[in-house]
Ligand binder design. Structure first.
Ligand SMILES: Cc1cc2nc3c(=O)[nH]c(=O)nc-3n(C[C@H](O)[C@H](O)[C@H](O)COP(=O)(O)OP(=O)(O)OC[C@H]3O[C@@H](n4cnc5c(N)ncnc54)[C@H](O)[C@@H]3O)c2cc1C
Length: 192
């Protein structure tokens, strides 16, 4: 559900009732579910695994500090994914793992510097699905980049037609000065 705020959660003996409000239409709806999973914010679970004893540095929130090839402050210990506090997303953890494995194996790799995380695919597994890559339109404008915005509906897309989900669109931002794709945000029923 988009543009929707959770107003109330009631736990009964049988189920959970969640009252939601559409912020555009003010329509209020009550959903019934077996359980509710609340996932707001990310915190590391790095205590009690012996990091301190091993000499691995963590930041003040407990995230493990790594360099561009995922090496920690101890040269033969690497860390990837959520515990590093970089960008807690599945594709990011996979990309970091590849870099760590290639570095450990001593083969060529593509280090991930701080400014490259924004160009990782951000796929949100929800319904409708949402995905983005690169700067948002607002971020690109904030950086003073002269951009062109293109918007294309998914309606004529073969896969969308196949799944009978023709809503949604894809929006691309293209920097005129450097002429490379700065970002895109496909938002539709199936966009991964
Ligand atoms: C509710 C929810 C929704 C999400 N939705 C999305 C989404 O839509 N899109 C997206 O890209 N990402 C999403 N994520 C984030 C994504 O799941 C994580 O970014 C990704 O799984 C990180 O991979 P990881 O390998 O760092 O950690 P994990 O996948 O969490 O793997 C860590 C593993 O280590 C194990 N472990 C922990 N402590 C110990 C220990 N002491 N000893 C041994 N094993 C241990 C855990 O059991 C786990 O199996 C979501 C996460 C959550 C929780």
């Amino acid at each position: 559900m988009t543009s929707t705020r959770t107003e109330k959660v009631e736990i009964t003996d049988e189920d959970v009732k969640v009252t939601v409000k559409n912020m555009k239409t003010d329509a209020v709806e009550t959903l019934t579910a077996d359980k509710v999973l609340m996932s707001i914010g990310v915190q590391p679970n790095t205590e009690q695994v012996g990091l301190e004893a091993a000499g691995v540095n963590v930041d003040k929130r407990g995230f493990i500090e790594v360099n561009d090839v995922m090496r920690t402050s101890v040269s033969n210990i690497y860390a990837i994914g959520d515990c590093t506090g970089k960008l807690a997303l599945a594709h990011v953890a996979s990309a970091m793992a590849l870099v760590a494995a290639e570095t450990i194996a001593g083969v060529e790799t593509l280090p991930i510097s701080a400014d490259r995380y924004v160009f990782m695919p951000r796929a949100t597994y929800c319904d409708p699905q949402v995905a983005s890559l690169g700067y948002t339109e607002a971020q690109a404008r904030e950086k003073g980049l002269e951009i062109k915005v293109g918007k294309a509906p998914f309606m004529p897309n073969g896969e969308s037609a196949g799944f009978e989900r023709k809503g949604g669109f894809r929006q691309d931002y293209c920097g005129c000065e450097i002429w490379r794709n700065l970002g895109c945000s496909p938002g539709r029923s199936r966009c991964h």
